[in-house]
Design a protein around this ligand. Sequence first.
Ligand SMILES: Nc1ncnc2c1ncn2[C@@H]1O[C@H](COP(=O)(O)OP(=O)(O)OP(=O)(O)O)[C@@H](O)[C@H]1O
Ligand SMILES: [Mg+2]
Length: 261
Amino acid sequence: MGNCFRRWEKPSIYTVSSNAKSEFPKYERPSKKQMREDSKLPSNPKEVEDLRRDSAANPLIAFTFEELKIITGNFRQDRVLGGGGFGRVYKGFIREDLREGLQPLQVAVKVHDGDNSYQGHREWLAEVIFLGQLSHPNLVKLIGYCCEDDHRVLIYEYMAGGSVESNLFSRILPPLPWSIRMKIAFGAAIGLAFLHEAEKPVIYRDFKTSNILLDMDYNAKLSDFGLAKDGPVGDNTHVSTRIMGTHGYAAPEYIMTGKFL
Ligand SMILES: Nc1ncnc2c1ncn2[C@@H]1O[C@H](COP(=O)(O)OP(=O)(O)OP(=O)(O)O)[C@@H](O)[C@H]1O
Ligand SMILES: [Mg+2]
């Protein structure tokens, strides 16, 4: 694997903490100060792996970019599943002959779009660390990542039902029956409850229909932890009041007060 070297300084704490995530609204470009702070984050593959392994619940696979080309058919246009603030998402397939020990698996490969992306290394790292720590049937499973040169890629389990957004606004698919909608809402709520009730609670901060993914049976899984943040633990009840999320999806009382009520 190549090196994704950037100049970086050892962070003071090796935990998932607020300094691993963005503090700017999702669709604003990072300020110069933010970019300077970004350069302090671990971005050398070995350091990322050390940081991750410390708190890992999921064994993640570190893919090379060459392997991802094979998985996605060289990032073929007709494999594009969608795109967002981070970059494009491609459908891919891991064949067992890709590398010894790998099982065949359908995956979704989310590729950072360099300077065109509204998100960056912080969001990528937050996703790797949070989803590396957390495991639950209502959270999307992160299979692995790639951190090579300037490439930042996330590899997830493929969710064959797509996002709730694509189901709600599709011109092809029939409208979802209410029973299915309730099943999805229930699954997403269980995912949120798991995050809030975890030993180290997590505030998700990007709850919206495009981030709720579905399997073939309409089981809902939360995705996108790039904006997630540690919640209050014990007596330490302070959480940032900086308002984060996606316009149009945050609760009005949260936008008005900056507090999670
Ligand atoms: N694991 C996955 N399996 C199947 N499709 C996926 C998966 N992850 C993402 N997608 C598809 O890719 C689309 C884009 O996802 P992405 O998270 O990059 O952007 P978004 O959620 O639409 O916007 P934002 O950047 O604000 O989160 C999703 O809407 C979904 O259709
Ligand atoms: Mg998303």
